[in-house]
Design a protein around this ligand. Sequence first.
Ligand SMILES: Cc1cc2nc3c(=O)[nH]c(=O)nc-3n(C[C@H](O)[C@H](O)[C@H](O)COP(=O)(O)O)c2cc1C
Ligand SMILES: Nc1ncnc2c1ncn2[C@@H]1O[C@H](COP(=O)(O)OP(=O)(O)O)[C@@H](O)[C@H]1O
Length: 306
Amino acid sequence: MAKVYRVNEAFDHGLLSGASCAFGVFDGVHRGHRFLIDEAKKTAAECGGPSAVLTFDIDPDERFHADRLKKLMTNERRIEALAQTGVDFVAVLPFTPAFAAQAPLDFLATTFGESFPAALHVGCDFHFGAKAAGQVDDLRAWADERGVRIFAHDLKSAFDKPITATRIRLLLAEGRCEDAVELLGHPYAFEGVVAQGRGEGSDMGFCTANIELAPMMRALGEGVYAAWATVSGVRYKAAMSMGTAPTFAEATATSEVHILDFEGSIYGETIAVEPVHYLRPMVEFDSVESLIAEVQANIAWVRENL
Ligand SMILES: Cc1cc2nc3c(=O)[nH]c(=O)nc-3n(C[C@H](O)[C@H](O)[C@H](O)COP(=O)(O)O)c2cc1C
Ligand SMILES: Nc1ncnc2c1ncn2[C@@H]1O[C@H](COP(=O)(O)OP(=O)(O)O)[C@@H](O)[C@H]1O
């Protein structure tokens, strides 16, 4: 796992000198992102300097479009995943309001100081600085004067369309887990702390771990899914719902997860849930009996098919 540096007063900007950096947010660390990062690794091998990912501590959209942002990963998971791509280090820039408000050239000056990388790899749609006003041409003009090579890559495509985080978010919103995973190149998972629910699951014959997700982390569309749940490092089959149970007026959990062949109290623990197949929409049942019958059928499906 690569070393992760926070770019604060203690950060040695000299680390960036001669490095080949992939620069971006990289939510999802999807196949397009990995292609860009691999290209940075290649120029690093050619130039002899280190390979690096340069990213931000938060997704800039969290600052500007928090109301409509649906993230594929938490910032912690994103930075961890970037550190596992095989680069030598990850440098994490603090996307503070002051940092974000800088004009494009000031933004580059703050980011690099006098330590210029050998190469910067970005997507051809890369924007930087206040109001995202800086474009690839501005980056090239800045780089030419400083001996930095700019590689602005066309976005990697799958099924004739560019792979983007937005496209993957739309697939998840439609419950199309398999398609989202294909573009991600790795499983999609969300994480949450198990909270106390209404205590009815066990009476119904299936315990459910209730998970509250911040609105930003609700990329997956409402519905019932076959999933894998990881509890204390062990992966179990699971049947899960996404969306507040419409049958119960007082229900509040964003997601409820029945973990097959698992017993024990996990209140307060963080579990990771990996939805893999959409089963059906959430239903407002007329009776608890019909809810139980349907959920038991979903659990049986998971047992047989996962
Ligand atoms: C696989 C699965 C499917 C579910 N489907 C529905 C549904 O269609 N409609 C609904 O109102 N609740 C649904 N639920 C939520 C249950 O109603 C809820 O888990 C149960 O009432 C227990 O709630 P509690 O854990 O808060 O006590 C589902 C739960 C699971 C695990
Ligand atoms: N197989 C299981 N799947 C999910 N949670 C389980 C399971 N076995 C035990 N649990 C525990 O039981 C709790 C759920 O019980 P439940 O009766 O549905 O109450 P609650 O309404 O608090 O979720 C979970 O939060 C977890 O601590």
